[in-house]
Design a protein around this ligand. Structure first.
Ligand SMILES: Cc1ncc(COP(=O)(O)O)c(C=O)c1O
Length: 390
């Protein structure tokens, strides 16, 4: 089937909830994907910030093959060797003080679990989230999502209030005797790769500790090396009380996790959380292979150095006002809405994204394996499209 045939078939039968790029991707390797007509693209979108260690990474593919031959699935009513090893590895690389992992299948589920755990732990019901945040599509995660156009799809949740991200006084003013949790993406993705200054994160940590509030870091996008450190929290030496992960953690295989502090973990007993598929052997084998690859192949170092190279290249372009983010979770800020660039970049063999809230931000979240030559091709394509180079 060619691109047109696949697009027509899919459009006929899949519920239309996505605005899609007009290609059918059928193959991937490293930083590249190919469409059904045989055209190659450099994937600066990283398959939606998922493809952490490159498309069809050989170690992940090997792990899938070997595990699939041994045991595809058994739930958490039995113990399993790869689940045990993946759990150990995740806790080993997590910020100090986080001691237990709960496995699920997506970022929304991980946030849902975190919010539920925080409410139960504190016995309180209110959650403070951040304006511009995105935490998922399930009712709890959506109620805490700070992007109005998504949240307003369901009746307002009385239990969620929204602080201005980066403004500690705004957060302080919303704390009440009912506050159970503060949830934040340490680097806001959909908002346009928005970061706060270091002091803000430290102050948030302190404020939550002082007030007995559970601090949840949604690291669904930033987890396992994307920002050049294992987690965004590591940039400020912070340990949240709960950290949620998904996206790239299993190299493209669906997986989510809530990583939980010792203090909270001790209060959770059998039957309080569950997920049939969470922590399945195949997913755990993929997570283990992915995290080991990030470490063994120095991909955090590559994320840092390529991220810096992108910033250097962007600084040479007049039309790029600012580069936001860190490592390979980056946003190139243009003067105005840059969504019109996406199809033009696609024609030049580049897949990128645009931020949902601030549409002047081109989102880049390529595999951490990407090299300078592909970055050069990105900037040649951008220059051609916007007609600018200094
Ligand atoms: C920061 C953040 N949290 C949560 C989610 C929801 O994850 P999922 O789509 O896996 O449910 C996303 C998805 O884009 C995200 O970016």
């Amino acid at each position: 089937m060619n691109n047109d045939e696949i697009m027509a078939l899919e459009d006929n039968f899949q519920l239309k909830t996505y605005r899609k790029l007009p290609i059918a991707v059928v193959k991937g390797k490293g930083s590249y994907v190919w469409d059904a007509n045989g055209r190659k693209y450099i994937d600066f979108y990283g398959g939606h910030a998922v493809v952490l260690v490159g498309h069809c990474n050989p170690r992940v593919v090997k792990a899938i093959n070997e595990q699939a031959k041994k045991l595809v699935f058994y739930s958490n009513i039995v113990f399993n060797d790869v689940r045990a090893q993946a759990s150990e590895l995740i806790i080993k690389v997590s910020p100090k003080g986080l001691s237990k992992v709960f496995f699920c299948n997506s970022g929304s589920e991980a946030n849902e679990a975190a919010l539920k755990i925080a409410r139960k732990f504190t016995g309180k019901d209110e959650v403070i989230s951040m304006e511009g945040s995105f935490h998922g599509r399930t009712v709890g995660a959506l109620s805490s999502t700070g992007i109005e156009k998504y949240r307003s799809q369901i009746p307002a949740s009385p239990n969620s209030v929204f602080a201005k991200f980066g403004d500690i006084e705004s957060l302080r003013s919303l704390i009440t005797g009912r506050t159970a949790a503060v949830i934040m993406e340490p680097i806001q993705g959909m908002a346009g790769i928005v970061m706060a200054d270091e002091k803000y994160y430290l102050d948030v940590r302190e404020l939550c500790t002082q007030n007995g509030i559970v601090l949840i870091f949604d690291e669904v996008q930033s987890c396992f090396g994307r920002t050049g450190k294992m987690f965004a929290a590591n940039h400020w030496n912070i340990t949240p009380d709960i950290m949620t992960c998904a996206k790239g953690m299993a190299g493209g295989f669906p997986m989510g996790a809530a990583v939980i502090s010792d203090e909270i973990a001790k209060t959770i007993s059998v039957g309080e959380q569950g997920s049939t598929f969470g922590g399945g052997p195949l997913a755990c084998a993929c997570a283990k292979a992915t995290i080991e690859t990030v470490i063994d192949e120095n991909l955090m170092e590559n994320s840092t150095s390529i991220g810096k190279y992108i910033k250097k290249r962007a600084a040479r372009m007049k039309q790029i006002r600012e580069v936001r983010g860190i490592g390979l979770l980056l946003g190139l800020k243009f003067e105005s809405d840059c969504s019109g660039m996406l199809p033009l970049l696609l024609e030049k063999g580049i897949i990128a994204g645009v931020a949902d809230v601030d549409k002047s931000v081109l989102r880049l979240m390529p595999p951490l394996t990407i090299g300078k030559a592909d970055v050069d091709k990105l900037f040649t394509a951008i220059s051609d499209v916007v007609g600018d180079s200094k």
